[in-house]
Design a protein around this ligand. Structure first.
Ligand code: V47
Ligand code: SF4
Length: 386
């Protein structure tokens, strides 16, 4: 469907489409925000092609066929965790720590040194919530990375990790964030958000920071000039209403601060966890969700599909459903997904492979930094399928 030359309403007018859906298409065309009720209608009645056309239209309007990626690597300091999220296949309780890992400062610095001389722009630090790895330890880690490699953008620690380490240090959240920022922390990843609604949160991750706490940490970070991401763990026990509630809270938070870089839906994987009885969502549902996120989250410029979780082909498909970011070239240093049964057991892609994946679906690969500044456009002519 060529939505550039025909107006969306013209294309849809004769298609016997639901009146409510038609009204949403009109809003999308006029760049108007859709309501929560309309978001719900999209989940209930929007078929894949319709949602894809709208989402693609918005993504093209914003990004003109460009798809972003960055060059990063992950450090996962530990998988020992005081919390007991039922969907987590990765963590080990402190008493079972012999079964998990706890990296020393030297081991983590060896990982950083491994990339010496390579054009990596970001390190992503995230892990379990270890009762003995404290705020001072992580400030030292950040300072060490900064000293060794000042050009590397340090993105680290979910709101869950921050809430625990800062409270344990008996500081206010704002003061704890200031300490980390002074050490050299530059932005926060989007994990730990899961599903905000208490009816779901109490079942899947009752004991960690709640919605208000998560949002407060991100908004305080924005107030200090740090950028952050936001995620949503979907495809388990949540209902469409809970997804809309989650996205709506993020949309309101973004209205307040403008500090979120991107939204990342994370597909629940069911291997080896306490929710393994729940079937995983289908690819159709995944694509519908990406498209609806693009339509509903009108103040998030960037929608990221995390390819190690989705697998390469589904990640490519999402590029026709509103996604404009495929995260990074990522080395095989992240285990949170492979342990939960993701498609990619050793997620690593060279820049060339990532560019080929993007070009194969008619998009333009662009390397970005953490803050979405463009570092290199890999293909300047209009991509062939577009
Ligand atoms: O909060 C845990 C998710 C998140 C499972 O900001 C699972 O750029 C699916 O947030 N099935 C942590 N998901 C990782 C994260 C992240 C990842 C990539 C990029 C960014 C970013 C952030 O991983 C957790 C949770 O939602 N997770 N277990 C599972 N079984
Ligand atoms: Fe711990 Fe994070 Fe796993 Fe929850 S998802 S148990 S907080 S590592």
């Amino acid at each position: 469907m060529n939505v550039d030359t025909l107006s969306l309403s013209e294309v849809l007018r004769d298609s016997k489409i639901d009146e409510g859906l038609l009204a949403i298409a009109g809003k999308v065309q006029n760049k108007e925000r859709i309501t929560e009720e309309e978001g719900l209608l999209l989940f209930e009645k929007g078929e894949l092609g319709f949602l894809g056309a709208l989402a693609n239209h918005i993504a093209d309007r914003l990004h003109h066929g460009k798809v972003y990626f960055n060059r990063n690597f992950h450090i996962e300091p530990t998988n020992v965790c005081v919390f007991t999220c039922n969907f987590c296949s990765y963590s080990r309780l402190y008493k079972q720590r012999d079964d998990g890992w706890e990296l020393t400062m030297e081991q983590m610095m060896d990982m950083v040194r491994k990339y010496d001389g390579q054009p990596i722009t970001e390190v992503h630090i995230v892990g379990g919530v270890h009762p003995k790895m404290n705020l001072e330890f992580f400030c030292e880690l950040i300072r060490n990375i900064r000293t060794h490699r000042p050009d590397l953008h340090i993105k680290g620690f979910t709101a869950v990790e921050l809430d625990y380490m800062i409270r344990k240090a008996k500081l206010s959240i704002a003061d704890g964030l200031i300490r980390l920022k002074e050490a050299g922390l530059q932005s926060l990843p989007g994990g730990g958000a899961e599903i905000f609604h208490p009816d779901v949160r109490e079942v899947i991750c009752a004991d960690k920071v709640d919605a208000e706490g998560w949002l407060n940490i991100h908004e305080l970070a924005h107030g200090l000039g740090m950028h952050t991401n936001a995620t949503m763990l979907y495809g388990h026990i949540e209902k469409y209403e809970h997804r809309i509630d989650h996205m709506s809270r993020l949309r309101q938070s973004q209205d307040k601060t403008g500090g979120y870089n991107c939204f990342i839906p994370l597909k629940f994987r069911n291997k080896d966890n306490d929710m393994s009885n729940i079937p995983e969502s289908t690819i159709i549902e995944d694509l519908r969700l990406y498209a609806i996120s693009r339509i509903f989250m009108d103040n998030f410029r960037n929608l990221k599909a995390y390819w190690p979780m989705l697998g390469r082909q589904t990640a490519q498909l999402t590029l026709s459903f509103g996604v404009n970011d495929l995260d990074g070239t990522i080395d095989d240093t992240t285990k949170i997904y492979s342990m939960a049964g993701s498609e990619e057991q050793t997620p690593a892609l060279s820049t060339e492979q990532l560019c080929d994946m993007i070009e194969a679906v008619g998009r333009i690969p662009v390397e970005r930094d953490t803050l979405y500044n463009e570092l290199k456009v890999y293909k300047t002519e209009v991509a062939h399928l577009h």
